[in-house]
Design a protein around this ligand. Structure first.
Ligand SMILES: O=C1O[C@H](COP(=O)(O)O)[C@@H](O)[C@H](O)[C@H]1O
Length: 231
């Protein structure tokens, strides 16, 4: 259970929040002097798109990609060229190709059977994950851990979006809790009410709250998503 005050940074808008996380990544990579690359596990959905466009565009030459190994928090069970694919979104944001000197990149194969792919992905992850970037859906889900759905085991497991029925592959809650560092990036007015619920009552049963009450996390918000009492 985290004992310190919540670590919340509120930025003026979604562009400023993306810039703040890009700057934090650059600082982490600059400080990283281990022989293994820094393992960064990223989320999909709409929120990180502008951050990925920044990293893959204006900031592409600033990031020491050879120090970075990139993994996914979750994936939708669709083909990689499907508009719903998180991997596809990242590739588009990077103009069709990831930097050639990226130390490692492992996509989740959304086109394969979810349980089989979850087992394959769990086996290729490094023993401990350095940093996980999470998002939060309007319903309080994070990764593909949805409200009301039973928790899965292992490092990764199959999941299902209860609203759409879409199959997913996701990092497990316990794997997220084990990571060295976890940061939630949350932007947009549609998240404000749920964020207020989560931040004011970490005991509520929303997946984002379960993560935040069990370990220290950072919150990077924009003014539209931040609950009024924080501003
Ligand atoms: O389905 C997903 O939803 C969450 C939140 O997505 P957003 O579109 O509201 O930003 C995301 O973090 C997760 O990776 C994604 O697969």
């Amino acid at each position: 259970m985290p004992s310190e005050a919540p670590n919340i940074q509120i930025c003026a808008d979604a562009d400023a929040a993306a810039l703040a996380l890009a700057e934090a990544l650059l600082a982490a990579l600059t400080a990283h002097d281990a022989s293994e690359p820094l393992s960064l596990v990223v989320s999909g959905g709409g929120t990180p798109e502008r951050l990925f466009r920044l990293l893959g565009g204006a900031w592409r030459a600033r990031i020491p990609w050879r120090k970075l190994a990139l993994y996914w928090v979750d994936e939708r069970c669709v083909a990689p060229d499907d508009p719903q694919s998180n991997h596809g979104m990242l590739l588009r944001a990077f103009g069709g190709a990831l930097p050639a000197d990226l130390a490692a990149y492992q996509r989740m194969r959304g086109e394969d059977p979810p349980q089989q792919e979850a087992a394959r992905y769990a086996a290729l992850l490094p023993p401990r994950l350095d940093w996980i970037w999470l998002g939060m859906g309007d319903d309080g889900h994070t990764a593909s851990l949805f409200p009301g759905e039973a928790a899965g085991g292992g490092r990764c497991h199959g999941a299902r979006n209860p609203l759409s029925g879409q199959a997913r592959i996701t990092l497990s809650e316990q794997e997220i809790l084990r990571a060295e560092r976890v940061t939630f990036l949350v932007t947009g007015a549609s998240k404000s009410a749920t964020l207020q619920t989560v931040l004011s009552d970490l005991q509520c049963d929303l997946p984002a709250a379960r993560i935040a009450r069990a370990r220290r996390v950072g919150w990077l918000l924009d003014a539209d998503s931040a609950p009024p009492y924080l501003q």
